[in-house]
Design a protein around this ligand. Structure first.
Ligand SMILES: Cc1cc2nc3c(=O)[nH]c(=O)nc-3n(C[C@H](O)[C@H](O)[C@H](O)COP(=O)(O)O)c2cc1C
Length: 501
């Protein structure tokens, strides 16, 4: 809307010059117009709010409505959710931590602690101190030559293409400043991922973008070139993601610009197909061989797989082949059916794939039974917005976590739910320069860093209050859930811990 604003300004200027010459009373319109345009120019020049920069003057309406929303909600909306994937409470905690403003809630708990499904952790009479610098885990099995010290919270896979250049630059900048990792998503490594020099986890999907032959097969030489970039710390083979498991994708030829063609190694202007399945392997054994090949080509960097769990027996088969072959990935990322995406078919988004917590338990327990849990690190996702969300996943057996959408909220996403039509008003999930230029990179990279830092500081406080001095001591016994009106169970009762003899 900046273009329209400039146009309105020019028209108003010309009209006022004419008024000045022919009709003096017309000048009174200046009384209205000068403050209007002054506000508009201030909006365009300020750097804090992409919405105001993209929609000068009118963008204020959003903030006015937002400021009276708590009162409106009291009258019209009963629960804390408002029909969006992240509730108002979840969004406001991310915004507050990203902006490093007030980080407390007034008046007591805002949850009904007697409602079914209420979850909580228990605290100790003897709290401990936890160092924030300890909130890392070393990823790298015995087969790996370049283990990586991974933060407990990292940026989950989201490609350049689904996100704007400014969003990628800000995310990677935040990762650099806060010493955590940024996953490229399956769209390849773009210059926007490399410029800020933050640590990267390079994701490879079925399209093999950045390491494909012209026919779309895996190209070892191209892979080697990118995998050995110093910024690439780990490599992740994407089998599936929670929001559209088992679904491929087409990138329309119209969207294959020169820039995208170069980044993804695809022909300019032609449709690009990401099939549902990988062509480099077709079963457990060949997948593990592919992992070995990548390990060799990358000179021993950690190689992992990402999946939304589907058929349980397939995963169990994979684990038993890992044991037989004495070969396994260095990490496994577990995404849940509740996961996010830029765009997905409704059926795949709403009715396919295992929910994250159940999947995490199945994966962790299968690895423990096989004696592989020490070798393979498990990274979990799950709509993380608070330290409790992280602690919960760690109690269930995860070693580290990824967050996608809360990182977008930290960037200024307002959940307009327009990621799939290139009109994201916050300039996050769009390739429209008018919209993404409003996203001020230095401000947003600081917000991403702040969100990460404040959330991990809260993790340290929470586990300290639980009487624990290291995340490795978190267990399912410490996590509770009200399952009936008068019954609370621990997660150890709900999902019994595997004991390895
Ligand atoms: C805009 C967007 C793009 C995404 N792109 C990818 C992708 O390229 N590869 C992938 O494995 N997951 C992708 N995801 C899924 C996330 O990486 C993540 O697994 C999922 O959203 C769950 O995390 P969350 O609950 O913190 O959002 C994308 C998610 C979003 C919101």
């Amino acid at each position: 809307m900046r273009k329209e604003f400039y146009l309105a300004f020019v028209i108003a200027l010309v009209m006022n010059i004419l008024f000045f010459v022919y009709w003096t009373p017309g000048l009174y319109s200046l009384i209205v117009l000068i403050p209007f345009f002054a506000l508009g120019f201030r909006d365009i020049l300020q750097k804090r709010h992409a919405i105001k920069a993209n929609f000068p003057v009118f963008g204020h309406l959003r903030y006015i409505l937002e400021s009276i929303r708590p009162e409106i909600n009291q009258y019209f909306i009963e629960s804390n959710t408002d029909g969006k994937p992240f509730s108002r409470e979840q969004r406001s905690v991310v915004y507050q931590r990203a902006k490093k403003v007030l980080d407390t809630v007034p008046f007591g708990t805002q949850h009904n602690v007697y409602s079914q499904g209420y979850e909580f952790v228990t605290h100790s009479m003897y709290p401990k101190h936890v160092e924030q610098s300890d909130l890392r885990t070393l990823v790298g099995s015995k087969h790996c030559k370049q283990p990586y010290s991974l933060s407990l919270l990292n940026i989950s896979a989201m490609s350049f293409g689904s996100l704007s250049p400014n969003a990628i630059l800000s995310l990677n900048g935040g990762a650099k400043d806060g010493h955590f990792a940024h996953n490229t998503g399956e769209g390849g490594i773009s210059p926007y991922h490399l410029e800020p020099t933050g640590d990267l986890i390079w994701q490879i999907g079925t399209g093999y973008f950045g390491c494909r032959t012209e026919e779309g097969q895996f190209d070892p030489e191209l892979f080697k070139k990118n995998a050995n970039l110093p910024q690439v710390k780990m490599i992740e083979i994407k089998l599936s993601q929670g929001a559209k498991p088992g679904h491929g994708g087409i990138l329309s030829g119209k969207k294959v610009t020169q820039e995208i063609a170069e980044i993804r190694n695809v022909p300019l202007g032609k449709d690009v197909i990401s099939p549902p399945a990988h062509t480099a392997f077709h079963d457990s054994k060949s997948m593990l061989q592919f992992i070995s090949e990548l390990r060799l080509l990358s000179n021993g960097k950690p190689i992992g797989i990402k999946l939304c769990l589907g058929h349980k027996h397939e995963f169990e088969d994979l684990v038993s082949v890992m044991v037989q072959e004495n070969n396994f990935p260095d990490f496994i990322v577990v995404d849940g059916a509740e996961g996010g995406t830029g765009a997905a078919p409704l059926e795949f988004s709403n009715y396919m794939g295992m929910p994250g917590m159940d999947a995490l338990v199945i994966v962790v327990d299968a690895l423990k039974k096989a004696g592989l849990k020490e070798q393979i690190k498990v990274i979990a996702t799950g709509k993380i917005t608070t330290a409790f969300d992280i602690v919960k996943l760690l109690c269930l057996g995860a070693d580290a976590t990824y967050a996608a959408r809360s990182m977008l909220l930290a960037l200024g996403c307002i959940q307009a739910l327009r990621c799939n039509n290139n009109t994201c008003p916050a300039g996050v999930a769009t390739q429209d320069p008018y919209l993404f230029e409003g996203l001020h990179i230095p401000t947003k990279r600081t917000r991403v860093k702040n969100f990460h830092q404040e959330t991990l500081a809260a993790v340290a406080h929470v586990i300290g209050a639980m009487g624990i001095d290291h995340t490795s001591k978190l267990t399912r016994h410490l996590l509770h859930k009200r399952v009936e009106e008068n019954k609370i169970k621990t997660f150890a009762e709900l999902y019994p811990e595997v004991t390895v003899s």
